[in-house]
Design a protein around this ligand. Structure first.
Ligand code: NAD
Ligand code: ZN
Length: 257
């Protein structure tokens, strides 16, 4: 394989890499047909529509008008349930198989990394195809049939209270156990190389591991068709699609001397 889109000094670095931390966002699933929030073709191309979507996916709206939150969640879940992993997801599975240490932090709620076969991962925002009861301990999954039938708020099969999506909504705290793992994996024993892709990197807990690695002099890579606030901070900012560039990164890692 030729590394068409990779600079030669990056290929040389990857050939010596044994531990890698990867951070992904919605752009990595764009080639699976799932809309991003921001960026070209994203759900928020129309800013006013974007503001309404954020409001619908927030903790106060879930409390005041759960049917409205579920309207947007059902739309995202229907896109997700039809989607399949793409070459970017598959390349990450190949990277994990090649390396001594691999950790993936994803903001995506589509479950595609797990479906592709990634093992060591933190899905910090949860999974849009999972539900939990707002009053009892019930935890469930949404099936194609559930989604076809869904209008308004689904009910708990155990106590008949409203179910909520098992995701972190705007204005909610991140789950403590996942934050702890993020700290262990990215701060207590930082990976040699950090790769970030498909995210506008607006959340501090997403950008910080990259900034920390860059400050410590570790190699850092960004893959995104558009510039982001991190583009000037990483050593290699590669403009392109994750589905095209990740397979080349995986091949360079696998060609370890
Ligand atoms: P975002 O929508 O803010 O940004 C997407 C980024 O991906 C943009 O910078 C865009 O330029 C880039 N991009 C588009 N196509 C790409 C491709 N083929 N390869 C690489 N990059 C590409 O995404 P975000 O930063 O993840 O947004 C944060 C929130 O959006 C998170 O809370 C996440 O849970 C939620 N979200 C998740 C999904 C999903 O699970 N698939 C979808 C939409 C939003
Ligand atoms: Zn219940």
């Amino acid at each position: 394989m030729t590394f068409r889109q990779l600079p030669p000094d990056l290929v040389a670095t990857l050939r010596e890499t044994v531990s890698l931390g990867v951070i992904t966002g919605a752009g990595v699933s764009a080639e699976s047909g799932i809309q991003t929030y921001r960026g070209q073709g994203g759900l928020y191309d129309d800013e006013a529509e974007g503001d309404r979507t954020v409001e619908a996916l927030s903790a106060p709206t879930l409390a005041a008008d759960p049917d409205r939150t579920w309207g947007v969640v059902a739309h995202l879940a229907r896109q997700t349930i039809q989607a399949k992993p793409n070459p970017a997801h598959q390349a990450l599975v190949a990277m994990e198989a090649t390396l001594e240490r691999f950790i993936l932090l994803t903001q995506n709620v589509d479950g595609l990394h797990r479906l592709a076969g990634t093992r060591n991962m933190i899905d910090i925002h949860g999974d849009v195809l999972e539900t939990r009861c707002s009053s009892c301990a019930f935890h469930g999954d949404l099936s194609v049939e559930d989604l076809q039938a869904l209008t308004g708020t689904p009910r708990c099969p155990q106590c008949a209270c409203g179910l909520r999506p098992h995701v972190v909504l705007f204005g909610e705290m991140l789950p403590e156990a996942k934050i702890r793992r993020l700290h262990e994996e990215f701060y207590e024993r930082p990976p040699e190389v950090v790769l970030i892709a498909g995210t506008s990197a607006i959340f501090p807990y997403i950008a910080e591991p990259v900034l920390l690695a860059a400050q410590a002099g570790h190699p850092t890579i960004e893959v995104n068709p558009e510039p982001t606030p991190l583009s000037d901070r990483v050593r290699w900012s590669l403009r392109g699609k994750a589905g095209e560039i990740f397979p080349q990164i995986a091949a360079a890692l696998a060609s370890r001397a």
